[in-house]
Design a protein around this ligand. Structure first.
Ligand code: NAD
Length: 476
């Protein structure tokens, strides 16, 4: 008997007669069914969010903060159950699923400490001008399948803290852990403040078009982000878009090969490469290229790909069949073009059930290779050779994307000099994948619009309202 999951609408767990199957990517077995919502369920969720907004928007911020902290605590307390379910539906190895659940708890707890203080613009004998922040209203949150819990919580927490209410739609590929979390937090939040509904991709445009939703916060592909921007333009909904990336790492000639090889590997292969900010193109200075590429390849050969619930697995399957086919297609394209593989190179689906892609590392493919020019979102890492730092920077910047990047060097000052020339929203010097709850995270160019996290991320859930009092003109 497959477990049936329900949606959270107006404080109640509710089901629908139509359901969607959710598959474990490690073995292709159906592990749960979730409601297949359409317009009627969306309307109920939005109506509940709208009704709750009246009170929640007026609830003191300290109470809203406490509610977000309660959610953070519930995630921590139930981490064991949640991370196992997350591995089963998403595929990531247990340790990484634990990391995601801990991250969701930690980041939301930290976000809860942010403030929305008024700002004084002018304070003179003539006038007092003050900017206050008012919540935008009902938020539609749309989430992808690579970090389903983290992304859900990073939308729920600031929405709640700002005084908004939310209708959240997980990806149809990975809704289970989010729905289990919905059940766990149901009584910690007033009815209607957080609503979580599931459905096919077709539910997304209904959210974007809904006349009673005031803002969309979306994480997913650039292609979908563009559709959302277009849909939201009809009634000028506010939007925050966290989109795709083709993030470049630049390894300068002074970098210690032994120290960076393993870190570079994991900057690309964590979550089987399915991270928006994974290193997707690695530029290595020609002086150390041979030594470093050999060290990365040697490390890769000992990394086990397999079912994330099995001990020893370090890289899990691709999350879904569509993405799996795309990654295999990119490997096949590299083969067809005669590019050299340092590791892997097999683009065939094996007979074993599960969407497994062997670790694949390419040796200096050209800039116009599809694997370099496109976002692969899978366990395939192209290593490229460069001669001058300026050349590496310009190759790194030659992309419509601008999400993140990294610089590896023995000289952190030089690292910062390079970082400041990269056209991305985040640049790491000598680390990777680190996000701070207090720093804005967002893409330049076609990697996004607006930001999440930090004060800037929180402000995106609010409108500024300026109240001006003319002090020397009181008609008393
Ligand atoms: P996707 O765009 O296909 O789907 C994301 C979500 O949008 C899903 O919930 C989906 O059901 C929904 N959706 C699909 N079509 C829609 C439409 N027309 N209108 C509204 N919603 C719609 O993305 P994905 O395949 O789930 O995720 C992978 C992509 O997400 C990659 O490109 C990756 O880089 C990006 N991503 C970005 C970030 C970031 O923070 N910048 C983080 C994670 C993933």
């Amino acid at each position: 008997m497959v477990t049936q999951y329900k949606n959270l609408i107006n404080g109640e767990m509710v089901g629908t007669s139509d359901v969607l199957d959710v598959v474990n990517p490690a073995n292709e077995e159906v592990i749960g069914q979730v409601p297949a919502c359409g317009e009627a369920e969306l309307n109920s969720a939005v109506a509940a969010a709208r009704a709750a907004f009246k009170t929640w928007s007026k609830t003191p911020i300290e109470e809203r903060r406490a509610a977000v902290q309660k959610i953070s605590a519930i995630i921590s307390e139930n981490s064991d159950e949640l991370f196992r379910l997350l591995t089963a539906e998403q595929g990531k190895p247990h340790a990484q699923a634990q990391g995601e659940i801990a991250g969701a708890a930690g980041m939301s707890g930290a976000q809860a400490t942010l403030d929305l203080d008024d700002e004084i613009n002018e304070d003179t004998d003539q006038r007092l001008s003050r900017t206050r922040r008012v919540p935008v209203g009902v938020v539609g949150g749309i989430v992808p399948w690579n970090f389903p819990v983290m992304m859900a919580v990073q939308k729920i927490a600031p929405a709640m803290l700002s005084g908004c209410t939310i209708v959240l739609k997980p990806s149809p590929f990975t809704p289970l852990t989010t729905l289990r979390l919905a059940e766990l937090i149901k009584d910690a939040v007033p009815p209607g403040v957080v609503n979580i509904i599931t459905g096919e991709d077709s539910l997304g445009p209904l959210i974007t078009a809904h006349p009673d939703i005031d803002k969309i916060t979306f994480t997913g592909s650039t292609a979908t982000g563009k559709k959302i921007m277009e849909g939201a333009s009809k009634d000028l909904k506010r939007i925050t878009l966290e989109l795709g990336g083709n993030d470049a790492s630049i390894v300068l000639p002074d970098a210690n090969v032994e120290k960076v090889a393993e870190q570079l590997f994991w900057s690309s292969f964590t979550n089987a490469g399915q991270i928006c900010v994974a290193a997707k193109r690695i530029y290595i200075h020609e002086d150390i290229y041979d030594e470093l590429s050999a060290a990365i390849a040697a490390y890769a050969k000992n990394v086990k790909v397999g079912d994330g619930s099995q001990q020893g697995t370090a890289v899990g399957p691709i999350q879904n069949k569509k993405q799996y086919d795309r990654v295999l297609e990119l490997i096949q394209d590299a083969k067809d073009n005669g590019y050299k593989f340092l590791v892997g190179g097999d683009a065939e689906k094996s007979d074993i059930p599960g969407y497994y892609v062997p670790i694949t590392i390419l040796d200096n493919p050209p800039e116009d290779a599809r694997i370099v020019a496109e976002e692969q979102f899978g366990p395939v890492m192209p290593l490229m050779k460069f001669s001058t730092t300026d050349e590496a920077i310009s190759r790194a910047n030659a992309s419509e994307y601008g999400l993140a990047g990294a610089v590896w060097t023995a000289d952190p000052d030089e690292g910062v000099r390079v970082a400041e020339q990269m056209e991305t929203g985040t640049v790491w010097v000598n680390e990777f994948l680190h996000l701070s709850p207090f720093a804005p995270f967002g893409g330049h160019k076609q990697s996004g619009f607006g930001a999440e996290y930090g004060k800037e991320g929180l402000l995106e859930f609010t409108y500024p309202q300026v109240i001006t009092v003319k002090r020397d003109n009181v008609p008393a």
